[in-house]
Design a protein around this ligand. Structure first.
Ligand code: ADP
Length: 723
């Protein structure tokens, strides 16, 4: 069914809602939305967490529309709707405490969403049209009987999702800065198509939504295709290189006629083009399947840039183009990163600039490569590197400017030429994203283009200088990791920092060494979590049981469950950046006595617990649960600020902290707590079950996580491991 009518209030000078017909063939003018939804389609065929994908999509679209709240309600069964995901802001819509009314929450009962035209939220379903209300408080469409409009909801845009005559769901956005417009509605059509396809590929059960068999099968096909492409392109390179090599030999085997030489030259050129294409396809398939891992080694940016210039300068010279390089003075001498991939991006941008620039009668073709940097306020070890490639060539039309970053896209006059496959920019942009950056473009037809690459890299020199100035020299570090690459990576860093390193590839080797040598003193150990045989958690426990109280750092490749964390002083997710590693080492090596004592001593049920929670009922509930488990030593505070204040004054063994609190939230508080000279392990208490949120908790310094509503068994498990 085509939803091509919207009901708007207020609309121009009218004080009654007006119907407006929209042309839905002319959809989505927002390249940001288009590009984003394209990415989401790729993820759709990989995800095993539909809930996460829905939330991520809503959050991003809400940020593009500059509104605070968003939701997707799915019609599960005969017009019974379930909200599966809501983006919430303080004071906005909330589904977290579905059946409770609290001051800031609009109460939308979880499973009883009925279609009613009096209810502004569900009106789009009842009327089968879009609904925009830019003044919810005065909107005449709402019923007086149904208090469905909370004063905090300023405005609302509801988009029904139908397939033929079947209603699949409802997508809603609320509390926009400027209010919603017809244009916003049109831009959302692409998003509604995405959700329509998505909803059809889900299963609904009592546990919630999950991936259907159909989607699973599709996902398997996609992953099979990815690995097929990856292995095929890999296999193709060997014979291709053989052919080029042979052609080269043939070229050198005189005597040959001029014609024969020309044939061989073309043969070699085609061969090289084919190898480049295969490399590009391999890169792209690796990126899309998430298998491309970047290196993180020190390199000199200036020489990387110069070697990129060396490769392309002949091409510029052949076309009589001017090629200039300007590198900002004082650029860090050594940065950490993947120099090969940075060079690949720069070469791609330069080759394009050369390809699409010519000398004309009235202007000389000119290409300027500029390299600049700036410091990043939040992180003194990191630098933003800005590389721009400017040309005065053919330029790119406005409407083509986002297209060129998509795969196999060529635009303008070169559309049909055989040069390039249109993969270069797509790969470059993906690579830049892997480096926490992006590539942007400013261009004008017939005037020229400026491609700007911005990436974030660590300044190796600053790190080493810091390490020199600290008292690391001679400290003994143990590394236990089954991956040789990881061992070497850490070893190289630590040696530079003047540390004395002993490495083991299994937990057993490490324990044998410590059990059999008298000289068993070490200052800190870094343990990989996933190892064959005895894993890192069991090793940490074994070390603690042998009486080692030195700092232990756990390194894992995915967000971990809480179990076993208590044996460690720090728990980190790989890949760990050097600057972060440095900060941890600094803290753990130089202030070991100050850190928390989790897992090192056992205190039983007498431990002192602090709970930071703003909701009174949740406070009572928590207290009762604790007491029923035999833990009576509890202090309760109402927000993060009070929690920080109390921990700075009093000793606690364990802290439970709610994430969403007024004045200071849990994330802000834990960051401060972890900088204190002494602090307890901190457990996040939150209703969000998203992996992304969980990893945010851990990266902010939380030692554990317990979901709301609190499960008594889980709580007991946590208490036991920390007491
Ligand atoms: P290709 O391998 O075809 O060069 P890219 O992804 O690198 O693929 O570029 C895609 C398209 O973007 C090019 O075919 C061209 O149409 C356009 N383009 C890229 N760089 C420039 C430039 N500097 N000036 C004009 N057009 C450009």
């Amino acid at each position: 069914m085509k939803i091509d009518t919207i009901e708007i209030y207020p609309y121009k000078k009218y004080d009654k809602p007006r119907l407006k017909k929209i042309d839905i063939s002319n959809i989505c003018h927002s390249s940001e939305i288009l590009e984003f939804i394209q990415e989401q389609y790729v993820k759709l065929y990989k995800t095993d967490s539909p809930q996460e994908l829905i939330t991520e999509t809503l959050k991003k679209i809400a940020s593009i529309l500059k509104c605070e709240d968003a939701f997707l309600a799915i019609n599960e069964d005969e017009n019974r709707f379930n909200y599966y995901s809501m983006v919430m802001s303080i004071g906005g819509m909330s589904m977290t405490s579905s059946s409770e009314s609290s001051e800031n929450n609009v109460v939308i009962p979880k499973h009883t969403f009925t279609i009613s035209s009096d209810n502004l939220l569900s009106r789009p379903l009842a009327k089968k049209r879009g609904v925009i209300s830019n003044d919810m408080s005065k909107d005449p469409r709402k019923s007086n009987k149904i208090p469905n409009v909370h004063p905090i909801l300023k405005n609302y845009l509801g988009f029904p999702i139908f397939k033929d005559n079947t209603c699949l769901g409802l997508m809603g956005f609320a509390n926009s800065e400027k209010g919603f417009s017809t244009k916003d509605y049109k831009n959302l059509i692409t998003v509604s198509y995405f959700f329509r396809n998505f909803i059809e590929l889900l299963n609904y059960g009592s546990e919630g939504i999950s991936i259907s068999q159909e989607l699973k099968a599709k996902q398997q096909l996609v992953s099979l295709k990815d690995s097929f492409i990856a292995s095929m392109s890999h296999e193709m390179r060997t014979p291709l290189n053989g052919m080029i090599g042979m052609a080269r030999l043939l070229h050198d085997s005189q005597p040959l006629t001029v014609k024969q030489l020309e044939y061989i030259r073309v043969l070699m050129e085609c061969g090289v083009q084919l190898v480049e294409l295969v490399n590009d396809i391999l890169d792209f398939s690796k990126i899309t399947s998430g298998n491309l891992k970047l290196n993180n080694y020190p390199f000199n940016l200036e020489s990387t840039i110069n070697s990129a210039i060396d490769i392309v300068k002949q091409r510029a010279e052949d076309k009589g183009l001017e090629l200039k390089v300007e590198i900002q003075k004082g650029i860090p001498e050594y940065l950490n990163g993947d120099s090969r991939r940075i060079k690949q991006i720069v070469i791609n941008l330069l080759c394009n600039a050369i390809k699409f620039t010519d000398n004309t009668e009235d202007k000389k073709g000119k290409i300027i490569l500029r390299v600049n940097y700036s410091n990043i306020i939040e992180d003194s070890f990191k630098r933003k590197i800005i590389i721009t490639v400017e040309d005065n060539g053919i330029g790119i039309k406005k409407e083509d400017q986002t297209k060129i970053f998509s795969v196999f896209t060529k635009v303008g006059v070169n559309k049909n030429t055989s040069q390039g496959a249109g993969l270069g920019l797509a790969i470059s942009r993906e690579l830049s994203k892997l480096m926490d950056g992006d590539i942007t473009l400013e261009s004008e037809l017939d005037v020229g283009s400026i491609f700007k690459l911005e990436i974030i890299l660590e300044d190796e020199s600053i790190l080493n200088k810091q390490a020199e100035n600290t008292d690391f020299l001679g400290k003994k570090i143990i590394i236990v990791d089954d991956s040789e690459d990881n061992r070497i990576y850490l070893l190289n860093i630590f040696i530079k920092w003047g540390l004395n390193v002993t490495i083991f590839s299994t937990a057993k080797e490490c324990l044998n060494y410590l059990d059999n040598t008298k000289n068993d003193k070490f200052d800190l150990a870094i343990l990989d979590i996933y190892m064959p045989g005895m894993n890192g958690i069991d090793l940490a426990q074994a070390l603690r049981e042998r009486g080692y109280s030195q700092p232990l750092i756990g390194l894992s490749s995915i967000g971990e469950s809480i179990q076993g964390r208590e044996w460690f002083d720090e728990f980190e997710t790989k890949p760990i950046s050097k600057s972060h590693l440095f900060n941890i080492m600094l803290k753990q090596l130089l202030n070991p006595s100050k850190v928390s004592i989790k897992g090192k001593t056992k205190k039983g049920k007498n431990i002192r617990i602090i709970l930071a929670e703003d909701d009174y009922y949740n406070q009572i509930l928590f207290k009762e649960m604790l007491e029923s488990l035999g833990y009576f030593n509890l202090k309760i505070v109402n927000n993060g600020k009070e929690c920080v204040d109390l921990i700075s004054k009093e000793y606690f063994d364990l802290c439970f902290i709610d994430i969403k609190m007024p004045i200071m939230n849990g994330i802000e508080a834990v960051k401060i707590i972890k900088k204190m000279p002494r602090y307890p392990p901190v457990i996040a208490v939150s209703a969000s079950v998203l992996e992304t949120d969980k990893s945010l908790y851990y990266s902010s310094g939380m030692d554990g996580y317990i979901p709301k509503p609190i499960d008594k068994d889980k709580l007991e498990q946590i208490l036991k491991s920390f007491s």
